[in-house]
Design a protein around this ligand. Structure first.
Ligand code: BGC
Length: 284
């Protein structure tokens, strides 16, 4: 392996600290205790936001991340909920609003894979992925949008009444054999987000799709853990490195801030060029 084991090909460039462009804002991050969600929590806190960290089954990771957020001088809380449960989502959002005062930024990050060859995929695998990845975004967004509308724009905080960032994937556009439940859920996230963006724009609420490529987390560990798998993966990544969770956190902060106030209803791919069909660099 060239380089070190964390960044076999050099890792992301050092870009310094995230500027404090979210001061006074309150964010709720679903699936916030690990992986991309945890990187989003850290980046939001670094940018000045107070954060509610949702988790489903791992209170200790959520609590230690909350401690890190507090050490930056921000407020942090943890809240348990399965995003596919209407009742649990309603109580999570009201608890976050009670304790943080309001919510300005919703990051619908919770998601999972349950892979299987198509003809072997069980109805349970299909439903679980659609329930968490798509219905979960619907339930969380509906509950938080009610708060955005109640509060409206507070100009000292943000020129939007609220920002919704829905975590998707390159597989909202790239078909994925063996993962049809996952790809279908992310395709659904696209049209769900575009449609709410259209419906909520008159209220100055923005909704954006953030679509990562291959990011180094547990969900895709087999795709990067061995050198052989990593080299194979790089055939799909023109920028020739795996993404780190912080690559997503940095873009998220910008999307949640007023610096991107004229963006709504579109998809931002953060994928090292995976969407460029690298196989065509020499073929076709
Ligand atoms: C999936 C990963 C995969 C990546 C690129 C993501 O949405 O969760 O498992 O490595 O897409 O294919």
């Amino acid at each position: 392996m060239s380089g070190n084991s964390t960044h076999p090909r050099g890792g992301p460039p050092y870009v310094g600290r995230i500027p404090e462009i979210l001061t006074g804002q309150k964010a709720l991050v679903t699936g916030g205790s690990t992986g991309i969600g945890a990187a989003c929590v850290r980046a939001l806190a670094e940018a000045g936001a107070d954060v509610a960290i949702n988790y489903r089954s791992d209170p200790s990771s959520a609590e230690s991340l909350a401690e890190d957020v507090r050490s930056l001088g921000r407020a942090a809380m943890t809240v348990q909920a399965d995003v596919s449960s209407e009742e649990q989502v309603e109580s999570m959002v009201s608890e976050a609003v009670d304790r943080l005062g309001t919510i300005d930024i919703l990051v619908n990050n919770a998601g999972l894979q349950a892979d299987a060859p198509f003809e072997e995929m069980t109805l349970d695998q299909w439903r679980r992925v659609i329930d968490v990845n798509l219905t979960g975004q619907f339930l969380c967004t509906r509950a938080v949008v009610r708060e955005f509308k109640r509060r409206g724009v507070v100009p000292e905080v943000s020129c939007a009444a609220g920002k919704i960032i829905n975590m998707s994937s390159v597989h909202d556009a790239i078909p994925w054999a063996g993962h049809v439940n996952y790809a279908a859920s992310k395709g659904g996230v696209q049209m769900f987000t575009k449609s709410i963006a259209q419906e909520l724009a008159p209220r100055k609420i923005r909704a954006i799709i953030l679509s990562p490529g291959a990011i180094r987390t547990n969900i895709n560990r087999p795709a990067w853990e061995s050198q052989e798998a990593y080299d194979d993966l790089m055939k799909l990544v023109p920028l020739d490195r795996i993404g780190e969770p912080s690559d997503i956190g940095r873009v998220l902060v910008w999307l949640a801030s007023d610096f991107s106030d004229y963006i709504s209803g579109t998809t931002i791919y953060v994928d090292g060029g995976m969407m460029l069909y690298p196989g065509f660099a020499e073929g076709g």
